[in-house]
Design a binder for this molecule. Structure first.
Ligand code: FSO
Ligand code: SF4
Length: 542
């Protein structure tokens, strides 16, 4: 097998025997086969778009299928067989509408379902196909594919909320189709990667619109970290719409709903909080701690999107997955025409003890998305001008199990008292409950939201630049980013597309970036690896 799409890739060098995430070589092979078939579908979709034939079904399918291949989303080999079959059906249906055309071998590719899809997947692994070719182009192709996976996940979430833009689907399909082209040089591939970043900005904007138009703009909200007595359901992942559907079905059942991981920022949405008082508090921390935290949770658990870890026996009977998420033998909740029936989850929660003891009250504050922060832009600008605020740090991104991620905790601890920390995504769980005080009434630690809310952080940065009438690279803001999986790659491409300079990235640099590509990024964008908190702080403030 070959996979190096995430930060925990084995020895920083690609998973070759078994995925460090728990993905088997068999699942990896059928994922490769699915991506291969999606590349063939993409060339047909592009022709259909040219002929003004509707490709919406194919576009949404492509996003869901790519999403399923991301790190810690789906480990179920049968689900990938289904995706491959659906991919071919959709492709053939579009071809039939297009009439007789000369199709490439890839667009005509037909796996044999009577034989092992695993060995057929191994034959089309990107590494095998590209092995003899240019290392730097291979590096950029992987960057584009992994970035498109992240982009597809944001696009999938946005369309669930009724927000779509054909230009985003166009870029996803063009990028997939481009992998097969031999006529593109290094500069072409850099341009493709940046185009993925531009489309990702639009996809994140659509997702932001979907969230805020449906649930209101997030407002500063205290979230209890201590449970309350009674039956309980824990919802993890990122999908606010699926959480809202569960809240609607658990209203007046006496069950308390808790968020886990990246669903913490859901508490900031006023229309969710006002409508569903049983959306009470938050339980646990980041994804890599779920095996311990899920085992202890005394109720049912729903995993909406990434990050799912291979579950332990001691909690798998109370765990449910839905959407692109999957794991063989784990309870699955199907979505039928957009409707989700959570009755099995509710019955499971009723059969479990729930919380029987209370603990010391603790809380954190969420809700510092762009609307809240930019509504006090004048206060921020004045405080900056008067020297009361010296600098902003965006310390955001994914968490993970490696000890070198302590850098981010130590960094926040060492940020001087006249500076403000904005944070987002699951990396914040290393410091989210720290009491850092305030400056001019502004908390020194502000939670902007999920990784899916990276758009909000970008909007805040652009809004401050606008208020100062300077470019975004001239405001006193440093980006200290932690990455783990493919959404972070898509966001990084967006930041590069916006021309953001001096990003500090860690805990390690992506394995798929070749030395020459890294040099290009360092020379052009001053992208750099993190070093030590003290050294990086001094450089940012210097
Ligand atoms: Fe974390 Fe997982 Fe949100 Fe990622 S939960 S690691 S970038 O999927 O998505 O921040
Ligand atoms: Fe390895 Fe990450 Fe790929 Fe899993 S997703 S196989 S850990 S590189």
């Amino acid at each position: 097998m070959f996979c190096e799409q995430c930060e925990q890739t084995a020895s920083g060098n690609g998973c070759h025997q078994w995925g460090a995430c728990g993905k088997s070589p068999e699942v990896n092979a059928v994922q490769d086969l699915l991506v291969y078939c999606l590349r063939g579908l993409a060339s047909v979709v592009l022709k259909a778009k040219e002929a003004a034939i509707s490709t919406r079904k194919a576009d949404i399918f492509t996003c869901e299928a790519l999403f399923a291949t991301m790190t810690n989303v789906n480990f179920d080999q049968r689900r990938f067989t289904d995706y491959i079959q659906r991919c071919l059906e959709i492709r053939e249906n579009l071809k039939a509408q297009l009439g007789s055309l000369d199709w490439s071998a890839l667009a005509n590719y037909q796996p044999n379902f009577n034989e092992s899809l695993v060995s057929q997947g191994q034959e089309v692994s990107l590494e095998l196909i590209e092995k003899v070719q240019d290392l730097d182009i291979f590096s950029l192709k992987l960057t584009a594919i992994y970035g498109v996976k992240g982009l597809a996940s944001y696009t999938f979430h946005a369309q669930e909320l009724g927000q779509e833009d054909d230009s985003v689907y166009q870029v996803i399909q063009e990028t997939l189709a481009a992998i097969d082209r031999g006529d593109l040089n290094l500069n072409d591939w850099v341009a493709i990667c940046l185009k993925v970043g531009a489309a990702n900005l639009r996809a994140m904007e659509l997702l932001d619109q979907g969230h805020t138009e449906t649930y209101g703009h997030p407002i500063p909200t205290n979230v209890p970290l201590n449970p309350r007595l009674g039956k309980a359901i824990l919802v993890s992942g990122h999908d606010i719409k699926q959480l809202a559907a569960l809240l609607a079905q658990t209203a007046n059942t006496g069950i308390t709903v808790y968020t886990h991981g990246e669903l913490l920022p859901a508490h900031g949405y006023p229309k969710l909080k006002e409508k569903y008082p049983h959306l009470y508090g938050h339980y646990g921390t980041a994804w890599q701690n779920q095996t311990k935290e899920f085992a202890k949770f005394p109720g049912a658990i729903v995993l909406t999107t990434n990050c799912l870890m291979p579950p332990h026996e001691n909690y798998e009977s109370k765990l449910f997955t839905l959407g692109p998420v999957g794991y063989a033998h784990i309870n699955r909740i199907e979505t039928v025409d957009g409707a989700i029936d959570f009755s099995r989850v509710i019955a499971k929660a009723q059969s479990l003890p729930g919380f029987t003891e209370i603990s010391e009250p603790r809380q954190v504050m969420v809700g510092f998305a762009h609307n809240t922060v930019l509504s006090v832009a004048d206060t921020v600008v004045n405080a900056l001008k008067q020297g009361k605020i010296r600098h902003f740090f965006l310390v955001g991104g994914c968490d993970g199990a490696k000890p070198d991620r302590n850098y981010y905790t130590e960094f926040v601890e060492q940020v001087p008292e006249d500076c403000i920390v904005l944070t987002l995504a699951c990396g914040k769980f290393r410091f989210f409950d720290k009491q850092l005080g305030s400056i001019e009434g502004l908390p020194r630690l502000m939670d902007v939201g999920q990784c899916n809310d990276a758009y909000s952080a970008i909007k805040i940065a652009l809004g401050l630049a606008n208020a100062f009438n300077v470019s975004v690279n001239e405001i006193p803001l440093s980006l200290i980013i932690s990455w783990y999986e493919q959404k972070a790659i898509a966001v990084l491409l967006t930041l590069l597309h916006l021309g953001m300079q001096n990003i500090r990235l860690g805990p390690t640099l992506p394995a798929f970036i070749s030395p020459n590509v890294l040099k290009f990024l360092a020379d052009t964008y001053h992208l750099q690896p993190i070093t030590t908190p003290a050294k990086d702080l001094a450089a940012c403030l210097g």
